[in-house]
Design a protein around this ligand. Sequence first.
Ligand code: NAP
Length: 464
Amino acid sequence: MTDAGGVWQAAYIVAALSIVLSIKWLASPVTARRGVLSGEIGMLFAVVGTLLRHEVVSYQWIVISFAIGAAIGAPLAYLMPMTAVPQLTALSHAFGAFAAALVGTAEYYRYVSAGTPVTGFTMGALVIETVLGYLTFTASILAFGKLQELVPTRPLTYRGQNFVNLALLVFAVSLGIWMIVEPTPAWVFPTFTGLSLLFGVLLILPIGGGDMPTVIALLNSYAGAACAAMGFALGNRLLIIAGAVNASSGFILSVIMCKAMNRSFANVLFGAFGQVQAGAVAHTTQKPVHSATPEDAAEILASARKVIVVPGYGMAVAQAQHKLRELTDALTKRGVDVQFAIHPVAGRMPGHMNVLLAEADIPYDRLHEMEDINPDFAEADVALVIGANDVVNPAARHDTTSPIYGMPILDVDKAHTVMVIKRSMNPGFAGIDNELYYMDRTLMLFGDAKGFVGEIVKALPNTN
Ligand code: NAP
């Protein structure tokens, strides 16, 4: 083994360790920054290690590709707002999966043109890599289009759709098995590729924009599996490790999201959830609500002992987290116990609220997961709901006709007083009315979350 061989192998070991540690550290907000850094270092070592391998004979194309990739990736990361992270994630999966599929295609034709016999194992890995790579590519592009509202977000369904999709998949898989078993005619691989690309599109068509974040977590898993398969095809252990970590974490995340929304995978993939949303918007009722001013809210908050804040998507849209930090500081200074309740699917992506609150330096030990904080609502003087809607809708507990029936929610309705900051009576993501707003002890605070929280801070009676 040459010296360069030793160097790239050492780089790969550091990369693999950093990637595994990254996932571990990302699991807690306290260590999440370290996790991101560790992941970045891991990728750096992986790329540099690969560039040092003797198979790399010229750097010219690599430098050009690097420049093109950086020119697209860097502005995307800077320009996309935090609320658009699901779209950005979909795009990055599309690129990653496409790269894996192209490598698989190149490997396939390299073997075919050289006429070298390929083991069933290697061909199996190539088949998995290309089918998952191509279908994830088109599915992720379409998911991006739906989330960015470039294509209609409504589910597109037709009679016999699941049968057509399944038949297509079975056809593609049969061609894949044929390629594994024996050398095939020239038309088979292009047909297999075309079917995989088409299947990706058909997979996403019936899924509403609403379920897209969950589907993106699943596509993340597919892209990871494609990379792991590529690792087997190329005999590259680092790709196997990184791909497997990606595949399993994406899968676990989609399971967690499905559980938090009380949905099954089958329901997400075939349920056409978005249709329910569109129909339900019309049903917001005209019942009276109690509304209040920032001054009223400030007075109630100032005299409370315990306040539980429930942030949601509206806080993210309004970027109200910094004002919320000011309010938390002011109330804490007055001796009020302020805690935060985090629903696993509040906002539009997993961890959305945690990231925003961390950005505003709200201490992590004040953030509580749903199961831990739910028993505390009964003894809270105020539940302050900021731009959250579906995740606090009591209908999820008892209304069997509700599209969110069965979804675990934050029990804010058990608090002595509930205050809800939102701009109007418009529904949230699920498109349904919220009975919480009509309760006797609920005060509606109509306005933009950032502006309204700022007004409350100003209206708080002086501490001295
Ligand atoms: P939500 O149900 O979508 O409600 C957000 C509320 O924020 C809206 O009712 C809206 O009312 C209000 N709002 C919007 N802009 C505002 C602003 N500038 N100031 C004040 N209020 C504003 O949000 P959620 O309670 O966080 O629930 C999340 C939903 O997303 C759930 O249905 C969940 O299943 C779904 N989801 C989440 C994820 C995830 O990973 N987090 C993934 C997939 C789906 P107004 O328009 O009246 O202001």
